[in-house]
Design a protein around this ligand. Structure first.
Ligand code: MG
Length: 381
């Protein structure tokens, strides 16, 4: 039984292109299935989260990150009586638009696209499911339900919101998306804040001693050590991290439940009109912020990560410049897109679509073909 303010098929704004209803599954399950079968989804396996894909087999990639976000989103949605399939679909699609090389790639491509409307991975995720996937005979993209697309578009500039019409309206009017979409937004942060601790320790870019300065980590570690005083190594780390995730999820569920009651929310319309209802308690929010600040200072800005960032930004910049100067270097389909656009900004957008779709290793290989070798496998030393 879903809560009365959950997204359901009967209150959905449906699909842009009418289709016969699915047999033996719901519309939001169909969305999830379409996302899993998409080309962009398979590419996530070879895209960086923090560590370049070939640095090690056990680090998170965009794909395993997306699966962890989906798991957390489903659990939280289920606890709150919300639409699990919608939360799962949004979570699996939320990073489809990411470039190779994580945020370094996104920042560089955005810089390259500055004169042509910029590049934003969140908007690119929507562009993939709305336009770029080529799978169906009668429409471009995946023709997803409105609420799935709305959840994918986490943020958006006012200029872009105006172009997007109905989907952009909430950014202009200042209303909220569904609770399911709000959950995925926070589950994303919850997932990376925890798995980056794990990957940071595994890579030895972070140490347990450093992490003891972070209250939520230190508290969870103490809980583990008081129960198992001799525990060490991977088991200590994992028992600590699972407690952090549990604390965060439990706090989020309880605070959100209370918010829904306090705001007198009874319908999806009430959810949209209310302030953001999915949130942590004040104390937990501050703890999580402390953890994120720690990760920013010590992992994302670690000299070895920055060295990689520097190199991978060059790869993106070089590829963009070379294709802009000579679009004939693009593969046939992308060359046709760049030519048919008939404008510089259209050409740049076709090139950005091509580069954004690349996996890490494809971008490295393509760069090597065009420019010679940049050594990218020395993150660890
Ligand atoms: Mg993410």
């Amino acid at each position: 039984m879903l809560a009365p303010y959950a997204v359901t098929e009967s209150v959905s704004r449906g699909r842009a292109h009418a289709e016969p209803p699915p047999r033996e599954r719901g519309e939001f399950q169909r969305d999830r299935d379409r996302i899993i079968h998409s080309t962009a989804f398979r590419r996530l396996e070879y895209k960086t989260q923090v560590f370049i894909n070939h640095e090690g087999d056990l680090f998170r990639t965009r794909l395993t990150h997306s699966l962890e976000v989906a798991q957390l989103s489903r659990s939280i949605a289920c606890a709150l009586g919300l639409n699990e399939e919608l939360a799962e679909a949004v979570a699996l699609a939320h990073d489809l638009g990411h470039t190779p090389f994580g945020h370094a790639g996104q920042d560089e491509l955005n810089a390259c696209m500055k004169a042509f409307g910029g590049f934003e991975h969140n908007l690119q995720s929507l562009r993939i499911v709305d336009a770029l996937e080529e799978r169906y005979a009668t429409f471009d993209g995946l023709n997803l339900m409105f609420e799935t697309r709305e959840g994918i578009l986490k943020h958006c500039s006012l200029d872009n919101a105006r172009i997007l019409g109905e989907l952009g309206r909430r950014f202009i009017e200042g209303t909220r998306p569904s609770l399911e979409a709000q959950i995925v937004n926070l589950a994303d942060e919850m997932a990376y804040s925890n798995h980056d601790v794990d990957d940071g320790l595994r890579s030895e870019l972070l140490t347990l001693e450093q992490l003891d300065a972070v209250a939520i980590f230190a508290q969870c570690r103490r809980e583990v050590e008081s129960r198992w005083p001799n525990l060490s190594g991977r088991r200590l780390v994992h028992e600590t991290i699972r407690r952090m995730i549990d604390k965060l999820a439990f706090d989020l569920i309880n605070r959100t439940r209370a918010n829904v009651v306090d705001a007198g929310v009874e319908t999806l319309g009430d959810v949209r009109a209310a302030p953001a209802l999915v949130e942590y308690s004040e104390e937990t929010r501050l703890r999580l912020r402390e953890l994120k600040t720690f990760l920013f200072d010590n992992l994302y800005r670690h000299e070895r990560v920055l060295r990689m960032t520097h190199k991978t930004r060059r790869i993106i910049a070089d590829l963009f410049a070379v294709y802009m100067a000579d679009p004939d270097l693009l593969p046939a389909q992308h060359r046709a897109n760049a030519r048919d656009s008939g404008s510089d900004s259209g050409k740049a957008r076709a090139i950005a679509d091509y580069i954004a779709g690349m996996t890490d290793r494809y971008a490295i290989k393509e760069h090597r073909r065009l420019h010679g070798k940049i050594e990218t496998n020395d993150l660890r030393g």
